[in-house]
Write a protein that binds this ligand. Structure first.
Ligand code: SF4
Ligand code: ZN
Ligand code: ZN
Length: 311
């Protein structure tokens, strides 16, 4: 098979568009779509400081490389952020790879050590703080990234959520009827109070194309799986989405656009209560409760470790 746009051999066949592309034209196709996504949702304005949350996995590192390619064209500055979550035999490897990528691109970066905040994700498992490790881990990452990004004067924080991730969350919200959550679930959120704006530039990019882009561009990413990833509930829903896609190529884009154009505006208008975010009385970070979840987890682990409470 040859490329649709030149005579070179095709490296990828894109089924939903019925096109085969060579290396160069696939990279162009891929980056152009990310650029259009950024423009469509007004994710970045010229001159802004964009923080990229890099876990070390393929999505976040692909995001880093694409944003790097677009940063000159669209006139914004990039800074990389990576958290060492303290997950044995996993975090060290992820941080090492993230660091190599930051250095390769000569980017400014910050490595945040969760241990410096008083605990690690391994502690949460070891001391049985919650059965929902991924839930707590997600909150911890959001808390730390928001705090550090604000301290570094970042305008927006970019994360590597792709099209499949986005649809999976929408489906999960639908299954559980969590309309309050969905009323705020959008590819871009604006800054308010102490919360930094968040953007998902890969939200219109299917997962398998991210893998292909990373491979073609020779992006080194962490192949290891988090030992707690089996706890994530996302796998079954993602498989279901892929199964529908196999039978109806392109349906993921329709699902996404229907949500953005028809469902989200309705839910947002009806359910998005203007919940006042107050500040945690201990750390001063945004929180709906008097003491934020991060501080509660931290205090509990500290008490268990010091023997003040028995788990
Ligand atoms: Fe955290 Fe779960 Fe992801 Fe592991 S799989 S890094 S515990 S969210
Ligand atoms: Zn070509
Ligand atoms: Zn707090």
């Amino acid at each position: 098979m040859t490329c649709k746009f030149c005579e070179k051999p095709a490296l990828i066949y894109i089924r939903y568009a019925n096109i085969a592309l060579c290396r160069e034209h696939f990279i162009q196709f891929f980056e152009k779509r990310v650029k259009r996504t950024i423009e469509r949702f007004k994710m970045i304005s010229p001159g802004e400081n964009i923080g990229v949350a890099v876990s070390g996995g393929k999505d976040s590192l692909t995001l880093l490389h694409v944003l790097y390619s677009l940063s000159k064209l669209m006139d914004f500055k990039l800074i990389g952020f990576t958290i060492n979550l303290g997950i044995r035999k996993y975090s060290e490897e992820c941080v090492k790879i993230a660091l190599e990528n930051f250095r390769k691109l000569k980017l400014e970066y910050r490595i945040i050590n969760l241990r410096d905040y008083g605990f690690t994700i391994d502690d949460i498992v070891q001391y049985k703080i919650s059965k929902r490790v991924c839930g707590i881990c997600g909150t911890v990452k959001r808390y730390v990234l928001n705090k550090v990004a604000r301290e570094e004067n970042i305008d927006r924080l970019a994360t590597g959520h792709n099209l499949d991730d986005f649809l999976q969350v929408v489906l999960q919200g639908y299954i559980h009827g969590d309309l309050n959550y969905l009323s705020k679930y959008f590819p871009v959120t604006s800054s308010r109070d102490k919360l930094i704006s968040r953007i998902k530039p890969l939200v219109f990019t299917p997962e398998e194309e991210i893998e292909k882009y990373a491979m073609i561009k020779g992006i080194d990413y962490c192949m290891k799986k988090c030992p707690y990833s089996f706890q994530a509930s996302s796998h079954t829903l993602k498989k279901a989405i892929l199964l529908i896609e196999e039978n109806h190529p392109g349906i993921r884009f329709s699902m996404f656009n229907t949500y953005i154009k028809k469902i989200y505006p309705l839910i947002n208008a009806k359910y998005s209560e203007k919940l006042e975010l107050s500040e945690c009385s201990r750390c001063g970070e945004p929180s709906r409760k008097n003491i934020c979840l991060f501080c509660r987890v931290k205090t509990r682990i500290k008490s268990i470790k010091s023997g003040t409470i028995i788990n």
